[in-house]
Design a protein around this ligand. Structure first.
Ligand SMILES: CC(C)(COP(=O)(O)OP(=O)(O)OC[C@H]1O[C@@H](n2cnc3c(N)ncnc32)[C@H](O)[C@@H]1OP(=O)(O)O)[C@@H](O)C(=O)NCCC(=O)NCCS
Length: 161
């Protein structure tokens, strides 16, 4: 498995994977959004590639527009046949490192109830559920769906004293 930032060559394949975790968004809307993230934060959009160099999984993220100390780990998808071999964990660890390098103090995620199956995966990586709300106009999440906000601190409380 090779890990590297996604390039524009992989934009369509990557966006096809994002169709699995985003409700109500078209392939082209997802590709446009990912292209913006790739331009703004290339180190947060990471692909995992198989031995033939084909995209097998990815993770995407961004930094909060108002508070640059908050990072958002938006989407992680590993193709079915590559799951449960540590690829997701490696992608998430690499992205968390990249958030730290960009100066983030915490990383958040939004998990809609349709993807709650992956919550134990995030909890194993140090994320805790800090809030729940009902989605209304959230990108990629159906209105009315319950959403968990998860958070992982990257710096200890002492650093703020
Ligand atoms: C979440 C995901 C990226 C994990 O990728 P992966 O390569 O399988 O991850 P790893 O091999 O590092 O870890 C797998 C572990 O997470 C658990 N897990 C992950 N997703 C799970 C799910 N939906 N339901 C139950 N368990 C899940 C596996 O059981 C496994 O646990 P184990 O280590 O105790 O056996 C992958 O399952 C996936 O693509 N899921 C669909 C998309 C999704 O739900 N993304 C998260 C929200 S954006």
């Amino acid at each position: 498995m090779e890990l590297r930032p996604l390039s524009t060559r992989e934009l369509v394949t990557a966006s096809e994977l994002l169709l699995r975790t985003n409700h109500g968004q078209s392939l082209s809307a997802l590709a446009d959004d990912l292209a913006v993230s790739m331009r703004n934060w290339p180190s947060l959009q990471i692909g995992a590639f198989d031995e033939n160099g084909a995209l097998a999984g990815l993770i995407a993220g961004r930094i909060d527009a108002r508070d640059p100390t908050i990072g958002y780990s938006d989407d992680i998808v590993v193709m079915d046949r590559f799951r449960a071999h540590g690829m997701g964990s490696t992608l998430l660890s690499r992205q968390i490192e990249a958030f730290g390098e960009l100066g983030c103090h915490r990383v958040r995620g939004l998990s809609p109830s349709s993807l709650y199956g992956a919550l134990p995966f995030f909890e194993r990586h140090g994320f805790k559920v800090i809030r729940r709300f009902s989605a209304q106009g959230v990108w990629g999440i159906a209105d009315g769906q319950e959403v968990c906000v998860t958070e992982k601190p990257l710096v200890s409380d002492e650093s703020f004293r």
